[in-house]
Structure formats: C-alpha cells, structure tokens
Design a protein. Sequence first.
Length: 207
Amino acid sequence: MVAAVGAALVVAAALAGQGRPAPSDFGSTGALAPPPATVAPPAVVPSSAPSATVAPTAVAPAAPVRVDIPALGVRAVVLPVHAVEGVLGVPADPQQLGWWADGARVGAVTGTVAIDGHVDSAATGAGALFHLTDLRPGAVVRVTTTSGQVRSYVVTARRSFLKRQGLPPDLFRADGPPRLVLITCGGPFDATARSYLDNVVVFAVPV
C-alpha cells in the first residue's frame, strides 16, 4: 500500500496547565507531487478573542465534523484523531481532515482547535488541503460541529515551518484566545525521503 502525505504528528511536549501531550511535528511518508508554489508567508497577525457580545446565547463547545473553505472549494469531513505511542495520525482518506481531540473544541472560550490533513497522496492525488498555500488573510473558514452549529473563522495569517525544526508548541496551546489552525505539508518535495520539507499552517480566529 502506498502511504499518504502528512501521516502523523509526533508528540513531544505538554500543554501548559493541561498535562496533555502537544504535537511538535507534522510528518509525511509518500507523495504524488509538490503542491502549487508557496508564496512568501505573511507575518503572523496576533489572534484576538471575539467580543463578548458576538453571540446572544451561550452554546456548549462541540467537536467539529465538517470544514468548508469557500475560497478553495473545500468541503471536507472531519474525524477525531488521537496520539498512539507518541504519534497523532490523520484520516487515511486524503479528502478527510483530522481534529486533534485532545485540543480545544469548537466554541471553547480559550485554546486552539487544531485540524490537520494530507496535501496529496501517491494513490489518489490531491488532498483536501492541497491548495492551503493559496488561502490568504481575510478568507473565511466555516466549521460545522456535532451539535449542528456552524462557526465561522477568518484567516489572519499563513506560515511555513521547516519540518526538521518541528512545529512551535504555541500552535497547540490550551490557553489564550480561541483560534483555529489548519496544518498540512508543503514546500519543496524530497523524492528520496518521500516527504515535503515544510509544514504549512494557516491561523484563523472566530468571528
């Protein structure tokens, strides 16, 4: 069987105040082809919590079940993923996304909702996040939860991180303002290692 890109997140640290393992890297094995050329990432725009008057009624935080990114034509099912022996997997189907179930739920007043996915697959082609490098600040991401609620997020920044340096633990913080991060592979493709050299991360805040 041909492995798919973005198959795992290596767990290496602990979330502040939670005692939960925090992913530190997004690995990959196998690929079809590099994604579209990555433009220079914009500077990170600090996340900020939405106004307390945004929602007239309180809604309990819930797990995500679908992500819609209109600007990219993405409509993907989201499944919970967990760490197994230090590795956090993503769904085998490149058209599906994985939600880190040890992180924040959608609608939580603090913490990061982390969703990962394959950029592509040698077996089936482009994945749901193949064009994530094209997503720019101001774009809207809609997340549907198990309760049927749809939460909207606006993209604030996109960053690329070298895989060999891992992902900053801050990406998976349990405290701080609520936000969403989308993670996939990107950058140059190493045919020998069958892996992309970068991790692509998009940051978004609730609106």
